[in-house]
Design a protein around this ligand. Sequence first.
Ligand code: PEP
Ligand code: MG
Length: 548
Amino acid sequence: MISGIIVSKGIALGKALLINLYKKNIKKEKISKKKIKLEIKKFLKSIKKSVNQIKKIKKYTEKKIGKDKSEIFEGHIMILQDDELSKDIINYINKKYTAEISTKKVIKKQIKKMRKIKNKYLKNRIIDIKDIGKRIIDNILNVNIKKLSKIDKKVILICKDLTPSETSEINKKNILGFITELGGETSHTSIIAKSLGIPAIVGVKNITKQVKNKDFIILDSINNEIYINPNKEIITLKKKIKKNFFKNKQKLEIFKNLKAITLDGKKIKIGANINKIDDICLAKKNGAQSIGLYRTEFLYMGKNRLPTEEEQFIVYKKIIEKMKNKEVIMRTLDIGGDKSCKYLNLPKEENPFLGYRAIRIYSKKINIIRTQLRAMLRASNFGKLKIMFPMIISLEEIYFLKKELKRAKKKLKEENISFNKNIKIGIMIETPAAALISDSLSKEVDFFSIGSNDLTQYTLAVDRGNDLVSHLYDPMHPSVMKLIKMVVKSSHKNGKWTGICGELASNPLATKFLIKIGIDEFSINSPEIPNIKKIIRKSYFKKKNKTF
Ligand code: PEP
Ligand code: MG
């Protein structure tokens, strides 16, 4: 029996799929003369395989999106079948480079050449060349380029680590749960597992060495127990626990559509945290009255370039419309930390969580925030949208963001494009600095939302994603609680409201405390909503709560 850090509760039984087997292993050393033929064969086979894969993608795109969009792939096929490209790569193989290194070198050369050309169309084709190069190399190395969303058998994922964007691609129907070697309680990977409601345990030392593909796994993230090929008795016992777990969940169903109101009549707004448009369905099903946090960065992470204003506008509008006149709080891009976006080419940092993250990148990459604010403002015309800014530490940052918002409004007005002129703005309180100056900050914005995940890591100096210090990561540490209390007080003093969208809002042990100090809105991982509603309905706001 093995254990780790529970990040999302549940029980899964199924076959293991080790996905670290598929990570690339590009060998740098040269090959011997004898191996040249074999490498050329590998390369040619990979070209054939790549062409077939793209033909399938083309067909699929044509059916799902339209013929015009599928034409891009015709171009990919032409590049793959270009004799000059193959000749160049084979030349390198003849110089005793492996097929993958030879491909990498030729693709790099091509890109360099294209960058020098002033033609905008050709410049845009660089992405295609990169994509093709990656595909050829993946096929040479036999890397499984199937996306996690495409896994079509029921499995339990076992891997060293999962990035937040990989996790967001998980198809719940087939991925029964996951176990990773790295990760902490509130890393974004863990948060996504919780919001999807799939069992997950992270920080399990050497799990990828202990498990073989297709081993039978029991992942019990209620009791923090992992079994590899267990005996019949354990399987029977765990199946029973699983059944009870679902029975208890079903009992909570009645709370889904009830109001979150305390025994002494204080109404509390219950929102949901979402990362993608598809998450709305689960949020509504669990009784969310609003979206308290939409992490827009997942829209950026799922692409190989920045989303355009139009692409963003379409998504934002759809989200607002799906929520049918209920409030939606959209947070501007919070990239950095454990959420990476390769194409932004952000520098590698020693301390990414203390570095170039969120609003800190806006001033150097001003078009990012300008485009996003335009898209959000345009979407604001279709419902109750509020804009929220992450990682604030000073008043100057708010002045800068307000100036940008004013500029975006002015431009849209000049272009006769409508938007909500009285759009409300809020900030995340997720740094001790913001909490300590919350009195001044609250005079500048309409609302606060407490990001307890970051607030905890920055207050306690404990990396939220590091399993080595996860035992020190305590969102209910008195220092964090004191800061939260202070923030609520400052906002109320200035006639504003405070919500909480960090994981603490989904933690049943914290609910009574949060009610007592006057939190106005809880934004929760959807599967936890019924349970938190139940606790609120059994708590007092003014009278002393029994357990508090
Ligand atoms: C937080 O820090 O608590 C928060 C909600 O933001 P994120 O988890 O996306 O950093
Ligand atoms: Mg945060």
